[in-house]
Design a protein around this ligand. Structure first.
Ligand SMILES: [Zn+2]
Length: 316
């Protein structure tokens, strides 16, 4: 109950509120409260997003950060793969005489599989899938390329090993070479004729080496070359060794470069212990001096030719 001071009666008298006034005040109060409440709610909503939305935003942000890490890793892998491809094309393939792969070949990938990214809705995820797919294709191509390099290397190693590339007798001071390839006076016939090989002087019984890997085609005695051995090296190359005191290999035997096949002698038409050595390609005589790459540097090569040029008469 509220009181008010009445100056006329000099008394405090209770304030009587009519039910109509009370009802009006109540309506006004409820109205103002409602308006203030709505205003406060709108203000709060505009400043603070709902909890669910906040949570989603946080998830999105961390997902985005993880995607960025994923992209960086994909990029790094791509750079590493590019370095490997570059080495493959510009070093390994050049050394092995193979053509570099072109870029479209490298990116085309293997086979015609469906794209892994098909059916993926989110562009960010699809993009990563496509990038990963491209990398996978490039990797498969590179793996195939490395296998091809490996096969080629094995093939070339076989060819290199079978190529005649050393001197057939020990010749450290280079003085063993007696006569060069070319026109030479025959020691017994007494006239100039082609000498189809090199003559190496060496003590009777000095070892004779196979100059490259191959298989023995002939190991027998002949009137002219005496005890002789022919070795086939593949690719049309053959080496022949004559005037041996004896041979220690048989026809059909596989031999390795540097393996002893016989010993220096004076058999057949020969005027002293020496080795007559020939290199043939598809039946044509080649100058064996061009086949000593494994033995000689340029200086030694020149010295060998100089020493070999001094004698105009072959030992045959
Ligand atoms: Zn000779």
């Amino acid at each position: 109950m509220r009181y008010t001071y009445n100056a006329e009666t000099c008394k405090y008298e209770p304030v009587i509120v009519s039910p109509k006034d009370a009802a009006q005040r109540l309506v006004r109060f409820i109205g103002i409260s409602f308006v203030l409440g709505v205003a406060a709610l709108l203000y709060f909503n505009s400043r603070y997003p709902p909890i669910d939305e906040t949570f989603q935003t946080q998830i999105n942000q961390s997902l985005k950060a993880e995607w960025e890490v994923l992209y960086k890793q994909l990029d790094r892998t791509s750079v590493q793969l590019s370095a490997l491809e570059h080495n493959d094309d510009n070093n390994y393939r050049v050394i092995l005489d193979l053509q570099p792969l072109d870029q479209s070949q490298r990116e085309a990938g293997v086979g015609g599989r469906a794209k892994a990214s098909e059916g993926i809705y989110y562009p960010l995820v699809r993009q990563a899938y496509e990038q990963a797919e491209k990398l996978k294709n490039r990797l498969e191509i590179e793996a195939q390329s490395l296998q091809q390099l490996q096969d080629e290397l094995t093939r070339k190693e076989k060819i290199w090993a079978s190529r005649p590339a050393i001197q057939p007798v020990s010749n450290k001071d280079l003085k063993q070479l007696h006569t060069l390839f070319g026109l030479r006076m025959h020691p017994l016939l007494g006239y100039v004729r082609p000498h189809n090989g090199l003559d190496f002087t060496a003590p009777q019984g000095a070892p004779i080496y196979a100059t490259g890997d191959g298989s023995v085609a002939i190991a027998q005695y002949s009137e002219t070359l005496g005890n002789m051995v022919f070795i086939d090296h593949g690719s049309g190359l053959q080496t022949r060794y004559g005037h041996m005191t004896k041979f220690i290999v048989y026809a059909g035997e596989k031999v390795k470069r540097g393996q002893v096949i016989g010993y220096v002698g004076n058999t057949g038409t020969s005027v002293g212990p020496h080795l007559h050595y020939e290199v043939l390609h598809n039946g044509t005589y080649l100058n064996p001096i061009n086949f000593f790459q494994r033995d000689l540097n340029n200086k030694e090569y020149e010295k060998l030719i100089e020493i070999g040029s001094q004698s105009a008469i072959s030992l045959d």
